[in-house]
Ligand binder design. Structure first.
Ligand SMILES: NC(=O)c1ccc[n+]([C@@H]2O[C@H](COP(=O)([O-])OP(=O)(O)OC[C@H]3O[C@@H](n4cnc5c(N)ncnc54)[C@H](OP(=O)(O)O)[C@@H]3O)[C@@H](O)[C@H]2O)c1
Length: 332
């Protein structure tokens, strides 16, 4: 629970915007205030469905409303840079969907803008705030599995091949790595830090985006990560963290899981079960409001450095695996 009540706005009326809005309703201090869309019809429809007070037919009008406190940027990857800058330059706190930008250079400009405007900014890496993930980190910090030696994780689902849709369209930043591969990469970085060495391979869809990507990291703490993601097959979407004294298994849909197992040789497996209301997007929203209560422009739980490490690692994987995008969507 946070102290003040905040007027939330949502930029974009797509799939995740709708799910996020449903979770936002769980927070008494979040006022569902405004929605902005490129279409006034879609904005009104969204506002009526989720009971927002205001509907705007452009993102510019949304950020011009002085009553808006926080904007959740829910547009496709390629728009995160421009849309976040629009919000920050208009003095709005920003929670921006993942990946935070198309590349490190774009993200550095976003941080500069947050600093210059003295406005809060955070990447919406919601897994960092999910109770099962927090438990996993705590167990590792307590030494429950000893020293980490191997992180295994995937994120796979068979997506409908639609060349117009966000997932396979290069002009919208499509591809497996940036959309879902970001989660296993996030896990490895959170637990063992930025890799010192990366090997990666990608398969390409007809549109040129990566339909699957496999990655191997070596970390400075002498641990390895074996990670993969795919839009062309279903998969387990699990995570195993193997240490010198045991294993942590974050059960399927690990990025939003409710179950974590601690497995130690000769001992009974310990199951940790978490009951979460909603899907789990409310936890990151709570962090934003807590930071604003405390007058902070950056979260210490998922910091700008965390996002920088993540986007620069994604850049490095792309280079290694030959994943590229048209120049116009990568520019500043
Ligand atoms: N955290 C998570 O679990 C999670 C899950 C899914 C997606 N995401 C992230 O959220 C972002 C949006 O994903 P989504 O699945 O919600 O996408 P989506 O359904 O395609 O919606 C994206 C929305 O962005 C707006 N938009 C602005 N410029 C656009 C353009 N040129 N083309 C298409 N739409 C444009 C549109 O809203 P208007 O027409 O109203 O302007 C559209 O409805 C992605 O970056 C993705 O990585 C995160």
């Amino acid at each position: 629970m946070t102290n003040n009540k905040y007027n939330w706005a949502i930029l974009g009326t797509g799939k995740i915007a709708s799910i996020f809005a449903s979770d936002l309703k769980l927070l008494p201090n979040a006022n569902l205030y405004a929605v902005g869309s490129r279409s006034i019809g879609l904005a009104k429809e969204f506002a009526s469905k989720h009971v927002f007070q205001k509907a705007y037919g452009s993102y510019e009008e949304l950020v011009a409303d002085p009553a808006v406190d926080i904007v959740y940027v829910a547009s496709p990857h390629v728009k995160h840079y421009g849309n976040s800058l629009l919000c920050l330059n208009n003095g709005k706190a920003v929670l921006c969907e993942k990946p935070v930008a198309m590349n490190e250079q774009q993200f550095r400009m976003m941080i500069d803008s947050a600093k210059k405007n003295k406005v809060f900014f955070m990447e919406a890496l919601w897994t960092r705030f999910i109770p099962s993930f927090i438990k996993c980190k705590e167990l590792i910090e307590e030494g429950a599995i000893g020293d980490i030696k191997l992180i295994e994780s995937d994120f796979c689902f068979k997506a409908i091949y639609d060349i117009e849709g966000r997932l396979f369209n290069p002009l919208l930043g499509g591809g497996a790595l940036l959309d879902i591969g970001i989660y296993p990469v996030f896990l490895a970085l959170q637990l063992s830090g930025k890799p010192i060495s990366i090997k990666a391979f990608a398969l390409k869809a007809d549109t040129g985006v990566d339909s699957a990507c496999s990655m191997l990291f070596k970390h400075s703490d002498n641990a390895l990560s074996v990670l993969f993601c795919s839009l062309i097959n279903d998969g387990q979407t699990e995570a195993f963290i193997h240490g010198t004294e045991g294993t942590i298994h974050i059960k399927s849909m690990w990025h939003m899981s409710s179950v974590v197992d601690l497995i130690r040789e000769g001992e009974e497996t310990v199951h940790f079960q978490f009951i979460k209301p909603g899907i789990g997007y409310q936890y990151e929203a709570t962090e934003v409001m807590k930071c604003l209560d405390e007058g902070k422009i950056e979260s210490s739980i998922f910091s700008w450095q965390n996002s920088l490490d993540l986007i620069s690692t994604l850049d490095a994987i792309r280079k290694e695996a030959g994943i590229s995008y048209p120049k116009e969507i990568e520019k500043l």
